[in-house]
Write a protein that binds this ligand. Structure first.
Ligand code: ZN
Length: 453
């Protein structure tokens, strides 16, 4: 009998593999960061002995959720400048807050955002960090992720122009300086992280980037195989600017300069038209769909259901300043219901597709479909265990429908990331929850007073 670090036994495993296999009374054997075997409980316990054992009898086991777009520092800004459209929200809240933040603020904001994420079953998140005026801010977010144990895709934000269009002047940098820092982050964190930290390029918006800057980023990404993510077509603002300046839509411009030849994750795309969807199909551009944030800012509903199968669609909370939450479980239901209602078609999106967007399809959207998003031998052990025994989730007929339409954070009992238990029986093992909550409350009070909102 082979000894392994951990066995999770007795649960119903929703694998999210290509055949959408569900294993009843299943078990997983985990060694180090990976799943080494999966099968029925009888099969696994006959072949493996766990140094640690989690009994998941009567529970459901899902691949960890992937949040493909957030801004963790915004956790401090929850609830401020609510009920305003995008450009006003940027001018009234985001721009004035930039000079007020410290490295410690960013660290605690990230810890709180990650705490919420883990409580909702999230095991991987992409933080689009555009608060780049101090390199220590980026390192504060990465350090927060390392201490909490979440898998972090760190999008290093870039602006090299755009003050006249609302970009805070402190955030303007030249692209060479940015790429030197990206080199450093890759060397210092990604290469040493065993797959826990991945550095991405994150040009913020079309109006914050020059043509030459975009070209330099595209060339760097191609040479170093660094993925790119960017906010695009959240409203008509960037489309109108691109049309006025160049007579083209944003994706046409990005395709021309070689950006889309890299792994490219488009954020929002609320205003995407047929020609944009065709370009996304042709270049295999992935999509980060931020339903709650798009509703919060009144931007609209992105046409993800019209995307081609080549386009991997993922789900994302976006920053807490335009969502007030990092809760991926809440987002599953919200996203499903909005699309059903808008298109007056309850079959346009089902529970299985929604969960795929947050797991296996989400993994494809971030280029990690061979490592995460599915439960199978050889994959990283990123998973969460659901207790369906609460009144709100009783009875269960279909675990996928229960997760999407009935579950809440209270149902998420245990979270394992990279083989490490980070939450057990709803108790966070890597974060001092009380300390983080108190600290963030103090920081937020200070910011609100200074912002005078
Ligand atoms: Zn965003």
């Amino acid at each position: 009998m082979k000894e392994v670090d951990l066995i999770v036994v007795g649960g119903t495993i929703v694998t999210m593999d290509a055949a959408r296999t569900i294993i009843f009374n299943g078990a997983l054997a985990i060694e180090g960061s990976k799943i080494v075997a999966m099968g029925t409980s009888a099969e696994i316990t006959a072949a493996y002995k766990g140094r640690k054992l989690i009994n998941a009898k009567g529970h459901y086991i899902f691949p960890g959720l992937i949040n493909s777009h957030t801004h963790l520092f915004q956790t401090l800004l929850k609830g401020l400048a609510a009920d305003t459209p995008l450009q006003t929200w940027i001018a009234r809240l985001i721009t004035p807050v930039v000079p007020l933040l410290s490295e410690e603020d960013c660290y605690y904001a990230a810890q709180l955002g990650i705490l919420e994420a883990i409580r909702s079953g999230t095991t991987t998140l992409l933080d689009f960090m555009y608060l780049t005026c101090h390199p220590e801010f980026s390192e504060a977010v990465i350090t927060a992720a390392q201490t909490t144990g979440i898998r972090l895709l760190f999008g290093r934000g870039v602006h090299d122009t755009g003050v006249n269009r609302g970009v805070p002047p402190q955030l303007i940098e030249d692209v060479d300086t940015v790429l030197t820092e990206v080199d450093y982050l890759r060397r210092q964190y990604e290469l040493k992280s065993d797959g826990m930290i991945h550095i991405w390029l994150a040009p913020s918006v079309m109006w914050g980037m020059s043509y030459s800057g975009l070209r330099s980023l595209a060339a760097y990404a191609t040479e170093n195989k660094v993925p790119i993510t960017m906010h695009l077509m959240e409203t008509d603002y960037d489309i109108d600017l691109c049309q006025a300046d160049y007579g083209k839509r944003p994706l046409e411009i990005l395709a021309e300069m070689g950006m889309l030849a890299n792994h490219f994750l488009l954020v929002h795309g609320v205003q995407a038209e047929e020609s944009d969807l065709q370009l996304m199909d042709a270049y295999r551009v992935s999509w980060s769909h931020c339903m709650a944030a798009n509703l919060y800012l009144g931007s609209g509903v992105a046409p993800i259901t019209r995307a081609s199968p080549a386009t991997a669609v993922s789900l994302a909370t976006d920053g807490a300043a335009s969502n007030n939450s990092q809760n991926m479980i809440e987002l599953l239901k919200l996203t499903a219901l909005v699309h059903k209602g808008v298109y007056r078609n309850p079959g346009i999106i089902n529970a299985s597709r929604i969960i795929a967007m947050a797991t296996c399809e989400g993994a494809r959207a971030v280029g990690m479909e061979k490592q995460i998003g599915t439960l199978a031998p050889g994959y990283r052990a990123d998973l969460f265990i659901v207790n369906p025994g609460l009144p709100t989730t009783t009875p269960v007929h279909d675990p996928l429908a229960t997760l999407v339409y009935s579950c809440d954070q209270e149902n998420i009992e245990t979270v394992i990331i990279n083989g490490k238990i980070v939450m057990h029986c709803r108790h966070l093992l890597t974060i001092n929850e009380e300390e983080v909550v108190n600290k963030v409350q103090d920081i937020a009070r200070r910011l609100r007073d200074k912002l005078n909102i």
